[in-house]
Write a protein that binds this ligand. Sequence first.
Ligand code: MCA
Ligand code: AMP
Length: 508
Amino acid sequence: MTNVLFDGLLGKMDPEREFARKPDGVFYRYKDVLDVSARIANVLNDAGVTPGDRVAVQVPKSIEAIMLYLACVRSGAVFLPLNTAYTVSEIEYFLEDATPTLFVCDPDRYGDYETLTAKLGIRLETLGVWTSHDESAGTLADAGLEASTEFQTVPRSKDDLAAILYTSGTTGRSKGAMLSHENLLSNAQVLKDYWQFTSDDVLLHALPIFHTHGLFVATNVVLISGASQVFLPGFSADAVIQHLPQCSVMMGVPTFYTRLLDDDRFDQALTRHMRLFISGSAPLLAETHVEFEKRTGHRILERYGMTETNMNTSNPYEGERRAGTVGFPLPETEIRIVNEETGAPVAAGKIGMIEVRGPNVFSGYWQMPEKTKEEFRDDGFFITGDIGLFDEDGYIQIIGRSKDLVISGGYNIYPKEIELILDEQDGVLESAVIGVPHPDFGEGVVGILVPQSGGDIDLDAIGENFQDKLARFKQPKKMIVVDELPRNTMGKVRKNVLRETYANLFQE
Ligand code: MCA
Ligand code: AMP
């Protein structure tokens, strides 16, 4: 029996081909991928991780972190990556909910998590980034150096879980999307073919690797294509401009492309040899698309996905890449647009709820059968919460979202989670959190606060109180105190009115 994802991704690779290169020139060949993932898989075994166990991971971006992901896949464990910006109190929720056997953290944060993991009975190991040969890169990496490169990959079938990725919930409680071997493999295969990846490609990888975009879309497509990547620790325009000449494809969120367009060095000459620029995770403004083409001669290929579904649609590789659209349903993925209330499909050109079905779609939320049921139709279609339409040529346009969600620099932020914290603050009667246009992040988070009668709100103190509760990227970039919130006749806060009122807050 095979391990569906591991064998599917690595079954046809050339051991001598380079897999990934760090900016300092250190590189891994595919044979190193096999060896190092085997070493770490042996370490996981020794740490008591058995098939089906969750391995939670909050580590700096590195090729070794990808090896840990592959080691989990090989040993039948369930990989659970977590945003490096999360605070201890945010992490506590995930550890309690997912009950992993092992939590792997940044060596610099070991002290933060010692007490918590001891309380929860979770084993704690560290994985950092190697900076020199005689330096430790954490307990997991050090143990890996001693471990064998022989590992009997554990058989896993298509429905076995490969990963759990948490997505925030509209109630403020994050939900773990359960992704199977088939969900991940089928999407990688489809994207490789659709975007015409080959082993000659070199991807410029500047995304974080704790989300679907940087982990599955980028890395799995590279692996299944036997291609290579320049693996940057994060996005910086300088580093991208420096390394682009060695690459053929780039993937990014819209903020990457607007930041590059702000730099005069980013031009036709620099991008002449590039085969493809791909954008996703947030809407790419039509003007960015147009300006990008004017500057470089390339038309960005925009696609659309979700943590729960992997990638659903893409503009075509050959044929028109239409600005303001996310293209067509991917092969094997069915998409329909329906009336939100009745569930009946609407005609082309009419706006409705986007629903998705296919081998890419997850099986449900970790230990939330009721929530899972609510978000699927009886015939297996997943209700995305995104509102859109099919245009006259079959391209899908995303018009908005029925879920109360802000997308900032490609990160999803659920207002409810922030409102719950704001409502607890001294002097605050109630709050509403919205996203409004932001020149860098697409949307910027704004907190609107109503004081208790006769009360005073100390915005600095609230800002301080956020620090150990909420990752920086979720914290409101501005907070505004008002007398009351606009409400409809049912008493519900009219966030659209607030969004209109403060639409220019970041533009001034
Ligand atoms: C950083 N900050 C942010 C964000 N990133 N605030 C709001 N939104 C953000 N996305 C904060 C920092 O904490 C800092 O706060 C201040 O903004 C400035 O930081 P800066 O140095 O400019 O940020 P950066 O380090 O350059 O990061 C910006 C970034 C990064 C490169 C755009 O956010 C990023 O890599 N985003 C990609 C997200 C992504 O991969 N999304 C995919 C998930 P202060 O100064 O106050 O401390 S979605 C997905 O996977 C689905 C399935 C899909 O379709 O792809
Ligand atoms: P997440 O599941 O957290 O990764 O976020 C998925 C959400 O990001 C989707 O439901 C969409 O609302 C949004 N999204 C992803 N790609 C695009 C895109 N190309 N255009 C507009 N929204 C997008």
